[in-house]
Ligand binder design. Sequence first.
Ligand SMILES: [Zn+2]
Ligand SMILES: [Zn+2]
Length: 66
Amino acid sequence: MRKRKQPYIGLACTNCRKSHARCSGNPICERCVNRNLICEYKKSGRKRGPKSKKQSFETMIDLKDS
Ligand SMILES: [Zn+2]
Ligand SMILES: [Zn+2]
């Protein structure tokens, strides 16, 4: 038994994604090799502007310093 960590193979390169093709998921997938395309994987940037919660560090320090 081989335990391989494969975190969801829904990932397809940009070319495969465009053509809704099945991507092999390799760094350079077969489809791109056959078609001489540049295989790229773009990470879906869902993160928009991290909400910076400004917590007063002074209070933390104050607790430490007791
Ligand atoms: Zn692909
Ligand atoms: Zn590809």
